[in-house]
Ligand binder design. Sequence first.
Ligand code: ATP
Length: 215
Amino acid sequence: MKSEQMKIPQATAKRLPLYYRFLENLHSSGKQRVSSTELSEAVKVDSATIRRDFSYFGALGKKGYGYNVNYLLSFFRETLDQDELTKVMLVGVGNLGTAFLHYNFFKNNNTQIEMAFDVDEDKVGTNVGGVEIHDLNQFEALHTENITVAILTVPAPVAQKIADRLVAAGVKGILNFTPARLTVPDSVRVHHIDLAVELQALVYFLKHYPLDSPQ
Ligand code: ATP
């Protein structure tokens, strides 16, 4: 995100990609305006929060009119740097890594996995989802400084060591899918997604905090 927009609270910033995706869908279906209630139902964020989020960037919806889809979209595109392609690398081409290489991130936001690494010699040199798999031993030689974001899908015991190498090579953001908690310098951002824990949490909540079902 651009530095002059850093005043936006982090919680708001996190919701921007969600809004952006929905607005893009609206735009491609030819819709010109949207109300905060409509948005709220679609993205499952309450409308008061949406109005507050939007007020941070000067989008003040008009009563009875709602928000202008084109205005919002161009704002989001600029704020999220959607005009610029963000190149990403992936380390660990196992089941999860393979799925990500096949997944078209580009369709919904302007990020693309450009290179992937593994140590398995059966995988190195192959191409998965249009991305070439390189030997991790060649990482320092091959990594270019225009790739500052990495997805980590390696076994947990090797995650920290690999993260250290990524950081030393200039990586600034790691999307960590391993259960390992990574230690990185303050200048590096790690987002941790443990799918097993998320699933377990959902099951727990269903059991212990059942939602009211409609009569
Ligand atoms: P698979 O069924 O292909 O083994 P998996 O997701 O169950 O997939 P994991 O053991 O989690 O397997 O390993 C994920 C990927 O990480 C594998 O492709 C493995 O070769 C790779 N890997 C293991 N150790 C390293 C390492 N030190 N550096 C980079 N990649 C590694």
